[in-house]
Design a protein around this ligand. Structure first.
Ligand SMILES: Nc1ncnc2c1ncn2[C@@H]1O[C@H](COP(=O)(O)OP(=O)(O)OP(=O)(O)O)[C@@H](O)[C@H]1O
Ligand SMILES: [Mg+2]
Length: 477
C-alpha cells in the first residue's frame, strides 16, 4: 500500500500482542477524507483490536497512529481529534433522553446553564436528517429498540463533528430498512469529508457502502483494494486463506412424533396465536425481520418470558441466548469450562473426555484460542459466540432452540457451524431455528414459518424461492 499525503488517518507498523497471542503483526492502514473503508477478517483476525488502538482504548506495542499528521495516543486525544466509535452494543445512558445522550459531556450552554431547548431542537434536526422520527429526541433511550439506539449513537457522532467514524458491526442487528437509514447517514457524513471505518461480516454490504476494503488475516493485512476490484467471493477467500466451496443443502429425514409442540401461544402486544411443531431430525425456522416478534416467541418457548396463554410441550429445551455478553458466557472461566458446562455433572472422571470434546469443537468450529485452558474473556467476540454454540451442540438435547446462531461469525466458520447443526439433527435432535439471516434459513430449514407483526403469516417448505420468503416477511403482497 502506498501512503498518500492526503490520508486523514494513518497507521503504520502497528503491532499488538496479548501474552503469547499476536493480535496485530505490523499493520499499515489509512483512511482518506470522505472514504468509507471496510475492515473485514475472520473471527479473531484483529479487527476490534485495530479499532481499539485507533480510538485509544488500547495501546499498540509498536507503530504509529496519526490523524492529519498529529500523533494519537490515548482515548482523550482520540476524542478531541474527532474520532467517534459506535460499538455493536450502543453505549448510551438508558435513563436519559435521546437529546441528553446526544449532547452528554458536551452540553450546549447558555449563560453557563444547559440549554435544554436548544439541545432538543438540534437533536430533532439531527434525527430527522437520519430519517428517524422527530418524536424520538424527547424519549428515554431505555424505551428504544437496540437498532434505534444504534442510530442515536450515529446521531451523537454527527453532533460532535466527528472526522473519523468507526462502526464495529453496526448492521448485525438492523433490519433492511434500518440499514438503509444507516447507509444514508454514512453517505451524509461522507459528503462532509468524514472518514469512515466500517467493520462487518455481511460481505454483500461492502459493495453497497464501501470505497475500499482491507482484509485482515491473523493480524496481518492480506489485501487493501478499491471495493470495485474485489468480488464477495474473493474477499471471503482472502479472509480464510483458501478457496471456499459452496455448501449443498441436504434434505433431512424427519421421523416420528413432534418433540416440540407449541399451541395457540399468545402474549399481549407481542405475538398472537402461534402454533408450530418440530419433529426429531427436523429443522423448522421462525423467520422474521427485526421487530417481527420472533425473539419474543423464542423466549416464551424456553420460558424466560412466559406467554399469557397457550401451551408448549417439549423435551429438555436448551437455549442460545441472543445476547452473548450478558447471558452467554461464564466470563471468568476457561474456554473448556464454557464448552462442557452442560455435561459437567460433578463427575471428575469424565474430565479427560470433556477435554477431548472441547478440543474437537475448538478445531471444527475454528475457535481461535491457544486451547481449552485459555480464559474465555481473551477471545474475540465471534469466537465467544462459537463457544456458546459449541456448548449447546455438545449437549445434543432432544430439542434445541437456536437463536441467531451465527450472528457475528465469519464466513468460513459459518459453513462449519451449519455442518455441525446438520450433524446433530441427523442424530435426531429437533431444532427450532430463530434467525433473521435469510440465506442461513434457506440453507438449513425444512420448513420456514414467516412471522410478521407477531403472527405466523406464511409457511414455506424447503426449496421455496428466497424472494417469496422475503416478500412475505416484509409484507409485500
Ligand atoms: N484481552 C485479550 N487477551 C488476550 N487475547 C486477546 C485479548 N483481546 C483480543 N485477544 C486476541 O487477539 C486476537 C484478535 O482479536 P480481535 O478481538 O481483534 O478479533 P476480531 O477480528 O475483532 O474478531 P471478531 O470478528 O470475532 O470480533 C484474537 O486471537 C483474540 O483472542
Ligand atoms: Mg471484534
Amino acid at each position: 500500500m502506498t501512503t498518500t499525503t492526503d490520508a486523514l488517518l494513518t497507521l503504520t507498523g502497528i503491532r499488538k500482542h496479548y501474552g503469547g497471542v499476536y493480535a496485530l503483526q505490523g499493520v499499515d492502514f489509512e483512511v482518506r477524507p470522505g472514504e468509507v473503508h471496510g475492515l473485514v477478517g475472520a473471527n479473531g483476525a484483529g479487527k476490534s483490536t485495530l479499532i481499539k488502538i485507533v480510538s485509544g482504548a488500547e495501546k499498540a506495542d509498536e507503530g504509529t497512529a496519526s490523524l492529519n499528521g498529529e500523533a494519537l495516543g490515548d482515548t482523550v486525544k482520540a476524542l478531541r481529534a474527532g474520532i467517534a466509535t459506535v460499538y455493536q452494543d450502543p453505549q448510551l445512558f438508558g435513563e436519559l433522553t435521546v437529546a441528553e445522550n446526544v449532547f452528554v459531556g458536551r452540553e450546549l450552554r447558555r449563560n453557563y446553564l444547559v440549554d435544554w431547548r436548544e439541545q432538543q431542537r438540534r437533536a430533532t434536526e439531527l434525527l430527522t436528517s437520519l430519517g428517524l422520527s422527530e418524536k424520538l429526541a424527547g424519549q428515554r433511550v431505555a424505551d428504544l429498540s437496540v437498532a434505534e439506539q444504534q442510530l442515536v449513537s450515529v446521531a451523537k457522532a454527527l453532533a460532535h463533528e466527528a472526522r473519523i467514524l468507526i462502526l464495529d458491526e453496526p448492521s448485525a442487528i438492523l433490519t433492511d430498512r434500518e440499514i438503509e437509514t444507516l447507509f444514508t447517514a454514512i453517505r451524509t457524513l461522507k459528503d462532509r469529508g468524514v472518514g469512515i471505518i466500517y467493520v462487518s461480516h455481511r460481505l454483500d454490504e461492502l459493495a453497497q457502502i464501501t470505497d475500499r476494503v482491507t482484509v485482515l488475516r491473523d493480524g496481518k493485512v492480506v489485501a487493501s483494494e478499491p471495493t470495485k476490484d474485489l468480488t464477495v467471493r474473493q474477499i471471503a477467500e482472502l479472509m480464510v486463506g483458501h478457496a471456499i466451496n459452496g455448501t449443498t443443502a441436504e434434505a433431512g429425514a424427519p421421523q416420528g412424533e413432534p418433540v416440540l409442540r407449541v399451541e395457540d401461544l399468545n402474549r399481549r402486544n407481542r405475538f398472537t396465536n402461534v402454533s408450530l411443531e418440530v419433529r426429531p431430525g427436523e429443522i423448522v425456522s421462525l423467520f422474521g425481520l427485526v421487530g417481527s416478534g420472533t425473539g419474543s416467541i423464542a423466549r416464551a418457548i424456553y420460558g424466560v418470558e412466559p406467554a399469557d396463554s397457550g401451551t408448549v410441550r417439549t423435551g429438555q429445551t436448551a437455549m442460545l441466548p441472543g445476547d452473548r455478553s450478558r447471558q452467554g458466557v461464564f466470563a471468568t472461566k476457561t474456554v473448556g469450562f464454557n464448552i462442557s458446562i452442560a455435561s459437567l455433572k460433578g463427575l471428575w472422571l469424565k474430565r479427560k473426555q470433556e477435554r477431548r470434546t472441547a478440543i474437537e469443537f475448538i478445531e471444527r468450529m475454528q475457535i481461535k484460542t491457544p486451547g481449552p485452558n485459555a480464559l474465555i474473556a481473551t477471545l474475540s467476540g465471534g469466537n465467544q459466540q462459537k463457544v456458546v454454540l459449541a456448548r449447546q451442540l455438545v449437549e445434543r438435547p432432544e430439542v434445541l432452540v437456536l437463536e441467531e446462531p451465527t450472528q457475528g461469525v465469519d464466513v468460513g466458520a459459518k459453513e462449519e457451524i451449519h455442518g455441525l447443526v446438520r450433524d446433530i439433527v441427523g442424530q435426531g435432535t429437533a431444532v427450532l431455528l430463530v434467525s433473521s439471516d435469510l440465506p442461513e434459513v434457506m440453507s438449513l430449514a425444512e420448513k420456514i414459518l414467516v412471522v410478521r407483526g407477531g403472527r405466523i403469516t406464511a409457511r414455506f417448505d424447503r426449496g421455496a424461492a428466497q424472494a417469496d420468503v422475503l416478500a412475505a416477511a416484509a409484507g409485500d403482497e
